[in-house]
Design a binder for this molecule. Structure first.
Ligand SMILES: *[C@@H]1O[C@H](CO)[C@@H](O)[C@H](O)[C@H]1NC(C)=O
Ligand SMILES: *[C@@H]1O[C@H](CO)[C@@H](O)[C@H](O)[C@H]1NC(C)=O
Ligand SMILES: *[C@@H]1O[C@H](CO)[C@@H](O)[C@H](O)[C@H]1NC(C)=O
Ligand SMILES: *[C@@H]1O[C@H](CO)[C@@H](O)[C@H](O)[C@H]1NC(C)=O
Length: 360
């Protein structure tokens, strides 16, 4: 099994939050915690050797393995390079409650999850390549993450994270391989990156706010998707801003989906300056009764649709309110075909749109 990981952890990183979510690591027997390899986490000792030794064990494990970087006051590591080939069939790097971490791949950094053996099993709970759990003020730059067994980069319970110049890629046919999967997090910026996978480019789940996606190219994959209310839960998502992004051959472009029986709301969401190339559902709201959808703005959306319905605003009897659409121009990706819009139970301001949107 080939696995090449080159991560350069520039700067030291500091943890103050002692909140614990250890339950998230316990499904995997091959857990390698840097503390068990002599890391001190005292902010003074150089922990590079401990990280490397822990990495070696993770890499040599049979089956799936997880390298855990736990909360401690401070880890000092320098120019850390994780390399393979590895025996482990997939590796998760799990960073728990670490604040102020910077991971910079300096353009040669790459994490290959070699997840293909997992893709065949559709019902398996799959390892995530890089998991940031309760990390604050995180910076990740110039890194490639590919072929994860499950989601490539998961962000849970974090406040403050910027991802710049990432390349995330897996085949179009790989199931459940979200590029980014964000939950219960705020102040997250993903910018100047390219994401090609078999599932969502970015999945934004309950408890998330102030999430920005800027200058991204998505595709293939399922687009940017805000989803909430699954399993009858109460969930909220607000202040999501998708700006200057391109979708190429994706299933969805801008998607908001709510599940039947859930509750909560999705509001203050903008999709602005969006370019579409052959996207099946360029603009889609899929509201099932329970979760409110309001204050959503679509502005400056251009390109081509692969299906006849370029705009689908399918709101339940609960209704979608304060929806604004302006400067939208979506045509068919097939010559001489026309595209339509579908809209129901929606209130708002519809200005210039092609196709024309009229709501019932
Ligand atoms: C890790 O393993 C490689 C290959 O077995 C070895 O060359 C290297 O010295 C090991 N590094 C550490 C820090 O143990
Ligand atoms: C995050 O960074 C900001 C600005 O540098 C700082 O004010 C804040 O205290 C930091 N938060 C944490 C949790 O480290
Ligand atoms: C996120 O987008 C909003 C709306 O465009 C903007 O006001 C805000 O400054 C952006 N935040 C970041 C961190 O880019
Ligand atoms: C949009 O993003 C592209 C790169 O993806 C960049 O070249 C262009 O300047 C951006 N446009 C604006 C108005 O920010």
């Amino acid at each position: 099994m080939q696995l090449i990981i080159t991560l350069i952890l520039a700067l030291s990183f500091v943890s103050t939050c002692l909140c614990k979510r250890w339950n998230l690591v316990d499904r995997n027997d091959n857990i390698y915690n840097v503390m068990q390899y002599g890391a001190r986490g005292d902010g003074k000792s150089d922990d590079s050797q401990a990280f490397l030794t822990a990495w070696n064990s993770t890499c040599e494990a049979q089956g799936a393995a997880t390298l855990v970087i736990p909360p401690r006051l401070s880890f000092l590591v320098n120019n850390l390079i994780f390399t393979g080939p590895c025996k482990a069939t997939s590796i998760t790097i799990q960073v728990i409650s670490v604040n102020g971490l910077t991971i910079d791949g300096h353009n040669s950094g790459s994490i290959d999850g070699y997840g293909s053996t997992w893709w065949e099993c559709r019902s398996c709970a799959r390892p995530i390549a890089v998991y940031f759990n309760h990390c604050n003020n995180l910076t990740v730059n110039n890194l490639r993450v590919s072929n994860s067994a499950g989601a490539h980069i998961a962000i849970n319970g974090c406040n403050g994270a910027t991802f710049s110049r990432l390349l995330v890629d897996a085949p179009r046919t790989s199931p459940n391989t979200d590029g980014f999967n964000i939950a219960s997090s705020k102040n997250i910026l993903i910018q100047d990156s390219k994401i090609s996978t078999g599932d969502d480019c970015i999945a934004i789940n309950g408890g998330s706010s102030y999430i920005n996606a800027t200058r991204l190219v998505c595709g293939p994959g399922h687009g940017i998707s805000i989803g909430l209310g699954k399993d009858h839960s109460y969930e909220t998502v607000e202040e999501v801003h998708v700006h200057n992004c391109t979708f190429i051959g994706t299933t969805n472009g801008a998607r908001i989906k709510t599940f039947l029986g859930g509750s909560g709301y999705a509001r203050k969401i903008t999709f602005d300056q969006i370019y579409l190339q052959n996207v099946r559902n360029p603009i889609i709201i899929d509201q099932h009764y329970g979760v409110k959808v309001s204050e959503v703005t679509y502005h400056g959306i251009d390109g081509t649709s692969a299906s006849d319905i370029a705009i689908k605003l399918d709101c339940s009897s609960l209704g979608c309110s304060n929806i604004v659409m302006d400067q939208i121009n979506i045509v068919s990706s097939q010559k001489e075909k026309k595209v339509n819009a579908f809209c129901q139970n929606l209130q708002g301001t519809i200005e210039s749109t092609v196709p024309k949107v009229s709501c019932t």
